[in-house]
Write a protein that binds this ligand. Structure first.
Ligand SMILES: Nc1ncnc2c1ncn2[C@@H]1O[C@H](COP(=O)(O)OP(=O)(O)OP(=O)(O)O)[C@@H](O)[C@H]1O
Ligand code: SF4
Ligand SMILES: [Mg+2]
Length: 339
């Protein structure tokens, strides 16, 4: 854990990124059980470095438990990293004081997966969306507050006359629109969308995704967009990072990663959705992800994907593959890329 070698795009720290993670790690201590005397250390995120350029969307994909949510929560300072640094607009926010964080919090928001549990059932839309407008003194009086909430609600696809209603009076899709309006109220620059449409009916998902994309383009927002749905990620993301067992194994422009995947794990993920694979790869025997995902408390030696990789060779288990730029702006960690 003390090793500072990173996975993910190397740090450039030159101001092109609005948000940047540098060698970010998070480990949790799982309570010991009857069999194991010692508490297990779960490394949810392991030395991840990645940057998100201003006004762009970085999609994060990977199987359940690979660390997507943990990474997203650290990037908006909702979870303290065990090691590493998060820069926001050039400022180190990793161990920032509460007061200073209050100012920065306005500029970074999160939209969660579940619009049911993330809204207080006792608050009206006026109160939910208006909370941060009041907290940050962004309106002068009650009239302005009401007008601003109604504007935000309408911008997110609701009607102004619905603003005095409570969350239970809305459908799932409408509740997520309320969550989005709440996230945008204080005028953020950076929004983490963590499986923001996964809990919605398929028929509603496209509408909410379109809304998120329109808002991002109109307001020049920067998103970290976490989703297990590759189609959605392809639609909304400029770049994509592929995570496996707490590490980024591949990152690059979305089209590049989806059409010319370099890492066998990315290929396997994409092969579950053949529309993404180039013809010559789709025509070959499809790579299927077999075997259980190893526990992050006890990852395989060497390359973490070696226990499931159809192309693994003995040396893959000896040393972790270096993370390198195999094509311009396209990074991956696999021994096969070393010639
Ligand atoms: N508070 C916690 N205590 C202990 N372990 C945790 C905690 N939060 C996350 N983990 C573990 O860290 C790993 C990464 O979890 P995380 O929720 O970030 O994954 P994820 O990629 O978001 O998964 P999903 O796709 O299911 O949402 C998992 O093994 C998870 O069990
Ligand atoms: S390093 Fe080896 S095991 Fe890991 S992804 Fe590459 S080929 Fe597979
Ligand atoms: Mg998650």
């Amino acid at each position: 854990m003390g090793n500072t070698k990173t996975t993910g795009t190397p740090s450039v720290c030159n101001g092109q990124f609005l948000v940047e993670a540098v060698a970010l790690s998070k480990w949790f201590y799982r309570k010991h059980d009857v069999v194991n005397a010692k508490p297990a250390v779960v490394t949810a995120v392991d030395r991840v470095s990645c940057g998100i350029r201003r006004g762009t969307v970085l999609g994060v994909v990977g199987e359940s438990g690979c660390g997507k949510t943990t990474l997203g929560r650290m990037m908006v300072n909702l979870l303290e990293p065990s090691e590493g640094t998060v820069f926001f607009d050039g400022q180190d926010i990793t161990h920032i004081g509460r007061r200073e964080m209050h100012t920065i919090r306005r500029r970074m928001q999160i939209v969660f997966q579940d619009p049911f549990s993330s809204l207080d059932p006792r608050m009206t839309v006026y109160e939910i969306v208006g909370e941060s407008l009041k907290n940050y003194r962004m309106v002068k009086n009650r009239k302005e507050l009401r007008e601003r909430v109604e504007y935000l609600a309408e911008r997110c696809g609701l009607f102004a006359d619905q603003c005095s209603r409570y969350p239970h009076e809305f459908s799932g899709g409408q509740r997520q629109r309320i969550c989005i309006a709440r996230a945008l109220a204080a005028g953020p620059d950076f929004v983490v969308c963590d499986e923001a449409v996964s809990a919605l009916d398929v028929s509603i998902q496209a509408q909410v995704i379109n809304l998120l994309k329109d808002l991002q383009e109109e307001m020049g927002l920067t998103y970290l967009f976490v989703s297990h749905d590759l189609t959605v990620v392809e639609f909304i993301s400029d770049e994509v990072a592929v995570m496996y067992l707490g590490q980024i194994v591949e990152q690059g422009r979305t089209e590049e990663v989806f059409r010319r995947p370099l890492h066998p794990y990315t290929e396997a993920l994409l092969s579950a959705a053949p529309a993404f694979l180039p013809e010559e790869k789709a025509a070959k025997k499809r790579l299927l992800l077999e075997g259980d995902i190893p526990s992050p408390a006890n990852p395989p030696q060497g390359c973490r994907f070696s226990s499931r990789c159809p192309q693994a060779e003995p040396h893959c288990r000896e040393a972790p593959p270096p993370y390198r730029e195999a094509a311009p702006g396209h990074f991956a960690a696999c021994h096969r890329l070393n010639g």
